[in-house]
Design a protein around this ligand. Structure first.
Ligand SMILES: [Zn+2]
Length: 410
């Protein structure tokens, strides 16, 4: 268990009109710096090698950035540190590419990569709460004090590592990355198995269930469909279609926010209550492509597969697992992933395995010993048991201590 860990928190910024405009400029300049640097690496690396005998690197590019800032006013007007971060990002993207972890880096695009990152050492004043309000302020280089909504409290014992200012369909946000001291809070003796499903998002081996806010998500999904239909009727490139596109993006962002909030809630609850959590090692990637294996879908046809894929993605299982993994790690607990084979066909009472034990989506009834239970609870118990047998253990502890930050474009 680590003494300190990295936490990210995302807040909605409330910039003034001038600040918002300046933020857009800064994001644009950082994108430009990234794209110019990418072009240089892509098209000029041979000439560079011939001229200097060296490869283009982060350092050579950082040096050239200085000249660029001196000669172009509006590039010089944006914070230097944020542009250096863009160069780091590019270097990172190339390192990953060389190691075979990524494709060749692609240019950043307006409307997709509207962000800039400020390293922690640039923050000279601490974040301050605005008394008697639900707001706080952070001082950003060349932007001054910027208000943001405290939708959740700031960590008390915190050290700001970096901040990313990002524009999405719902407006400007700030993603603060802190180093905080972690406290072991888990009841380390608690064991639980979790079955992830479509009817019940989470089924726990203690017989409880947790489902996503289905009504809210359905309403948003319907709204998103309406926008999509309207968009298909509208003339491409027209003002009206641009407006619908914005509304569609906004609705999709809301869906993602609702789902992430729920995943956060549930993963916090489970990580605080149990020291050992066992889940199936689901390969959502392969399952989405072939719909084969882990979920019994009799006579898989294309339509069914499309529906199944959608609900798998909608449930955001991967996100839940990521969040749970880092929270367990922070609390000193552990996540065990097991082979999902037969977990839904095995009787948790006598161990007999047969497809016919499962009478319906919800009902499990063993033909051998007569044990009856909710099918998902039965599966969760099998998963828990599989995790307790050392031989079948998969990846035991998450190695990543960092909360995955989606704000960081690669
Ligand atoms: Zn049985």
């Amino acid at each position: 268990m680590a003494d300190t860990m990295v936490r990210t928190a995302r807040y909605r910024l409330c910039p003034s009109a001038v600040q918002a405009e300046t933020m857009a400029q800064f994001a644009g300049v950082c994108r430009l710096v990234y794209n110019i640097a990418l072009e240089q690496r892509r098209d000029w690396y041979r000439q560079f090698k011939i001229a200097t005998g060296k490869n283009i690197s982060f350092y050579s590019q950082a040096k050239e950035l200085k000249d660029l800032r001196a000669s172009v006013d509006w590039i010089g007007a944006a914070p230097h540190c944020a542009q250096v971060q863009a160069l780091w990002d590019l270097d990172d993207a190339f390192q990953r590419f060389f190691r075979g972890k990524n494709g060749y880096p692609s240019p950043r695009r307006k409307g997709e990569n509207d962000s800039f990152r400020i390293p922690g050492k640039e923050f000279h004043s601490p974040i301050r709460n605005l008394p008697n309000t639900r707001y706080a302020e952070v001082r950003l280089p060349k932007l001054g004090w910027c208000k943001f909504r405290l939708s959740r409290p700031l960590p008390i014992d915190r050290k700001l590592i970096e901040a990313t200012v990002v524009l999405d369909a719902l407006g400007w946000h700030i993603c603060l990355v802190f180093r905080v001291s972690s406290v072991a809070t888990a009841k380390l003796d608690g064991h639980i198995g979790i079955d992830r499903g479509v009817a019940n998002t989470l089924s726990l081996s203690d017989g409880t269930f947790a489902s996503q806010p289905v009504a809210r998500l359905d309403a948003l999904a319907r709204r998103s469909k309406t926008h999509q239909k309207r968009l298909s009727r509208q003339k491409r490139g027209s003002n009206r279609s641009a407006m619908t596109r914005r509304m569609l993006a906004k609705t999709r962002a809301k869906i993602a926010r609702v789902r992430k909030h729920w995943n956060h809630e549930q993963s916090t609850r489970i990580a605080a209550g149990f020291g050992t959590v066992v889940m199936e090692a689901l390969k959502t990637g392969t399952m989405t492509r072939s719909a084969k294996g882990t979920i019994e879908a009799p006579g898989v046809n294309v339509r069914q597969k499309a529906g199944l894929n959608r609900s798998i993605l909608e449930h955001g299982w991967h996100q839940f697992e990521r969040l749970l993994a880092y929270k367990l790690d922070a609390a000193g607990g552990r996540l065990i992933r097991v082979d999902p084979a037969y977990t839904s066909q095995t009787c948790s009472a006598c161990g007999s395995i047969a497809k016919t034990h499962r009478k319906s989506q919800a009902v499990f009834e063993c033909s051998d010993c007569g044990h009856a239970a909710h099918a998902d609870t039965n599966a969760a118990l099998n998963i828990l048991r599989a995790g307790e047998q050392p031989a079948s253990r998969g990846a035991v502890r998450p190695s990543v201590k960092r909360e995955p930050s989606e704000e960081r474009p690669q």
